[in-house]
Design a protein around this ligand. Sequence first.
Ligand SMILES: NC(=O)c1ccc[n+]([C@@H]2O[C@H](COP(=O)([O-])OP(=O)(O)OC[C@H]3O[C@@H](n4cnc5c(N)ncnc54)[C@H](OP(=O)(O)O)[C@@H]3O)[C@@H](O)[C@H]2O)c1
Length: 214
Amino acid sequence: MQITIVGAGNMARGIATRALVGGHTVTVTTRDPGKAVRLVDELRVQATGAGRIAAADASAVDTADIVVLAVPFDAAKELATAYGVRLSGKVLIDISNPVDAPLDALVVAPGTSAAEEIAEAVAPGTHVVKAFNTTFATTLVAGQVSGAPLDVFIAGDDEAARATVGPAPSRSSPPERPAATPFTHLLARNPHGPAVNRHRSPTRRTTPCTCAPP
Ligand SMILES: NC(=O)c1ccc[n+]([C@@H]2O[C@H](COP(=O)([O-])OP(=O)(O)OC[C@H]3O[C@@H](n4cnc5c(N)ncnc54)[C@H](OP(=O)(O)O)[C@@H]3O)[C@@H](O)[C@H]2O)c1
């Protein structure tokens, strides 16, 4: 799987680390090309796994299967709009927590969410998936918490797109790690089971703190 990460900060490091462990091809692009190069150089030394990683310009978005917006929410929304049809047919992962600078208020209106706003901004055929926003960057690098496998909550309107990012185990069976999904080293537990309430946008379910761990 070709995964392009936009941004070269803490979450880019964590998500790239996990994708490399999963054996995927990762490309990092950001507004300061030097920062992408430095992150890639760091991960080539420190990350494990069979994946490959390179820094690139924004054209890396065009060749990706999955694009991860590892930037603040406002930037994510702007980029999602600016990329336009270049994202059509791709999975776009929104990882943002839409909070203000003091981290004491949401910057999205009540009743909506970052992923819903981004989903409204993208070109038709772009499959927005919410993931990683409840996971600290440092724990993504570690891949575990206190020795326990990491849980990542994943939500999206398109079931195939969601499954591309991670498995959706049922309540009655333990989480599985299908070989075809990019983050196979992660356990993705969905406390609501695989069924999505199709009368509500599942992106809304990812609003921080509404998804209690099982
Ligand atoms: N850190 C966490 O543990 C954590 C956990 C869950 C979710 N998140 C979410 O993950 C996202 C990234 O967080 P982070 O901790 O990785 O932040 P970070 O370390 O500050 O990295 C942010 C990246 O976004 C780029 N960026 C910032 N503003 C931009 C803009 N207007 N246009 C284009 N690129 C821009 C930065 O580029 P420059 O270096 O050039 O400024 C940098 O590469 C945020 O939405 C955050 O809410 C973070």
